[in-house]
Design a binder for this molecule. Structure first.
Ligand code: F6P
Length: 323
């Protein structure tokens, strides 16, 4: 293999830039040509592709977002779109791809590989931490720290007014961010899609808190929670406890931005190196991950179809610490 392309796709995540940098520099170090593909699969279809040098990735290791830009491509879902993308790559002699993104990105990569046989190695980049085959995904640690910073501030005002706060955190179908900020931020309750918290549980938590002299409460609601978003959960609680003084705060896209933590920078750099070494070594149609601090490769099919369970120990810890 002489030439590879690298792109970021789906929701951006802090540390994607560190991964792009690592891919580019590892590829150059091993004598490959590297092309940056902008706007994910959309740029692949449109030919928004440029040759990258070592200096192309200078001064980005510390930056959030992605210099390659990102998109959730509708065009790539079509056969015609994928054909155009393949032609754009062939025209430039690009023989392999490194895809940095989440489950949508790898679903597309899997189809593309099956249709055109082009080797693709994925690096997990999503704040949701929802990919099987890696203990952590690029951006998760930064998102948790960003959310925690906000929650610490919310706690100050919650305590001052003796209020209940319902705080919604991101994670589409996954409660990883919620559980981690729940433990780190001292929440009374964490509501995640992986478990079935009832409205009775929520009300019971508030009653117990009052009985044990708590004057303010923090309830973390993952955005994919079955009982609804934080506003809906709060409204349902209010119907049962009409005098409740509560506020809702949905942290939103703030969790996707900012300078990556050292953990994310190092994870991203390791995954970038392993992705390039993997593709040179003949790996195809796989996602690289870190499991028990070791580099592992998992087929895209498994990475996107298997669910990574939330640790029962963490759920238990969160419950015990909230009494
Ligand atoms: O997958 C990352 C993520 O931030 C999810 O947590 C969230 O559900 C989704 O992306 C939001 O996507 P968008 O930025 O397209 O609204």
């Amino acid at each position: 293999m002489k030439s590879i392309g690298v792109f970021t796709s789906g929701g951006d995540a802090p540390g994607m830039n560190a991964c792009v940098r690592s891919v580019v520099r590892n590829a150059l170090y091993l004598g490959l040509d590297v092309y940056g593909i902008k706007y994910g699969y959309n740029g692949m279809i449109e030919g928004d592709i440029y040759k990258m040098k070592s200096y192309s990735v200078s001064n980005i290791v510390q930056r959030g977002g992605t210099i390659l830009k990102s998109a959730r491509s509708k065009a790539f879902l079509t056969e015609e779109g994928r054909k155009k993308a393949y032609e754009q790559l062939s025209r430039r002699g690009i023989e392999g791809l490194i895809a940095i993104g989440g489950d949508g990105t790898f679903t597309g990569a899997n189809i593309f590989y099956e249709e055109y046989g082009i080797p693709i190695v994925g690096a997990p980049g999503t704040i949701d931490n929802d990919l099987y085959g890696s203990d952590y995904t690029i951006g998760f640690d930064t998102a948790v720290n960003t959310a925690l910073d906000a929650i610490d501030k919310i706690r100050d005002t919650a305590i001052s007014h003796d209020r209940v706060f319902f705080v919604e955190v991101m994670g589409r179908h996954s409660g990883y961010i919620a559980v981690h900020v729940g433990i780190g931020g001292g929440a009374e309750l964490v509501m995640v899609p992986e478990t079935s918290t009832t409205m009775k549980d929520v009300i019971e938590t508030l009653r117990q808190g009052r009985n044990s002299q708590k004057t303010s409460h923090l309830i973390i609601v993952a955005e994919g929670e079955h009982q609804g978003n934080a506003h809906e959960v709060a409204e349902r609680v209010r119907q049962e406890l009409p005098d409740l003084d509560y506020r809702v705060s949905a942290l939103g896209h703030i969790q996707r931005g900012g300078s990556p933590t050292s953990f994310d920078r190092i994870l991203a750099s390791r995954l970038g190196m392993a992705a390039v070494e993997g593709i040179i070594d003949g790996k195809k149609n796989v996602m690289v991950g870190v499991v028990d601090d070791k580099i592992v490769y998992t087929s895209f099919k498994i990475a996107i179809s298997k669910t990574k369970p939330i640790s029962e120990d963490l759920m238990r810890l969160s419950k015990v610490l909230s009494i």
